[in-house]
Design a protein around this ligand. Sequence first.
Ligand SMILES: [Zn+2]
Length: 110
Amino acid sequence: MTPVAIDDVRNRLLRLREELKVRQGRAERDLRHGLEPLVADAPDQAIQLQNDEVLREIDSAALVEVAQIDAALARLDKGLYGICSRCQGAIDPRRLAAVPHAVTCVACAG
Ligand SMILES: [Zn+2]
């Protein structure tokens, strides 16, 4: 990969990371609101608990993705970006276009 392409990928990953951090921060902030005493009304209580569940999922999914992005950035710095971390084969560029933080090829990811 040319140095310019590497910079492009890095910028794309960093932007994605930033978006995820914002999304995760928002979910965590909303979750803290959820720690306030549950509303007395039973139907509202159910909705509140359901919302917390969704927020927790957003939160953990974002954390996992941020970790994947960090791994991809580390591989980028080592010149290993685009190379499968398991079989060392080349990752399909179309996969990288869709999932820029992919560190395994389609075969290994499946
Ligand atoms: Zn592979």
